[in-house]
Design a protein around this ligand. Structure first.
Ligand code: ADP
Length: 264
């Protein structure tokens, strides 16, 4: 029998993600483009994922779009909220996970996942940059680092600096003033991670902690934030190996589910 491909497209505020599933289980191709909704990112992510899978758009039997920019993707078969897709995605990777923390470019969400992989309830911070990827992006720029370098720096910290401002703009000024006082950059980065962890832990407690807990989203690529959050919450966090692709994965699994329903 010919292989059946489904596509999940997750258009975020800062990155576009696409994942292609083969026969509902195997990841045939994926792509993450650091450009979100309203840019060429969505198209490029789809093209790259198709190229990685070695197929073309006509081979895709079903597609589902999700994410902040989900309504802007043309030609998809379904549009589903990112909260539902994140729940589906993490359930497919870690079926036992009950709490998912997803930190993206402009928001942070904590999602309660039911035993059958559905969205039960959630809390979200989409009003303030503090505690999101944006906060880390701003701080990395001030420190002349790439966000991918933050983890390595924080691992070398000896005296974690306390960042007292919660507001991103004021915290940025605080970091600049610490830099001019020759504070060690590694200690500063660890302080920045702790600040994100404190904000996120507050969000997690609002929903209530039910273990096992997992983390996804672009910020999950930063092990420094994951460790700071584990410390803050006093528990172990499972990091999705798909991290930033969790929503796109959930969307591709959703598309496969739609196809299965039709053929039943
Ligand atoms: P969205 O879906 O809102 O566009 P993502 O889940 O794609 O957001 O996450 C984007 C964020 O992930 C960026 O703001 C950045 O801080 C962080 N990020 C992206 N790549 C990396 C990396 N290699 N290491 C650490 N953080 C990263």
């Amino acid at each position: 029998m010919a292989d059946i491909y489904t596509m999940g497209i997750d258009i975020g505020s800062s990155a576009s993600k696409c994942l292609i599933l083969k026969n509902g289980t195997e990841i045939a191709g994926s792509a993450v483009i650091a450009a979100g909704t309203g840019t060429s990112g969505p198209r490029r992510a789809q093209e790259e994922a198709l190229a990685a899978a070695g197929i073309s758009m006509k081979d895709i039997r079903r597609s589902t779009a999700t994410g902040y920019g989900r309504n802007t993707v043309e030609g998809v078969d379904a549009v589903v909220s990112e909260l539902s897709c994140h729940a589906i995605g993490i359930h497919a990777v870690f079926p036992d996970v009950r709490t998912l923390i997803d930190i993206g470019g402009q928001d942070a969400k904590v999602i309660r996942v039911s035993e059958n992989g559905r969205l039960d309830s959630f809390v979200m911070n989409d009003k303030c940059a503090a505690g999101t990827g944006r906060f880390l992006d701003v701080m990395a720029r001030v420190l002349e680092l790439d966000v991918s370098e933050l983890e390595e720096k924080s691992a070398k910290a000896k005296n974690v600096v306390n960042i007292s401002s919660t507001c991103t703009v004021f915290a940025e000024s605080e970091v600049i003033s610490q830099l001019s006082n020759n504070v060690d950059i590694c200690d500063l980065v660890a302080g920045i991670h702790r600040s994100v962890a404190v904000r996120t832990a507050g969000l997690v407690r609002r929903l209530g902690v039910v273990e096992p807990v997992a983390m996804s989203g672009g910020v999950a690529l930063n092990g420094g934030v994951v460790s700071a959050l584990e410390e803050e919450l006093g528990l172990t966090i499972k990091v999705s190996p798909l991290a930033q692709l969790n929503g796109a994965y959930g969307a591709a699994v959703h598309a496969w589910g739609q196809l299965e329903k039709e053929t039943l």
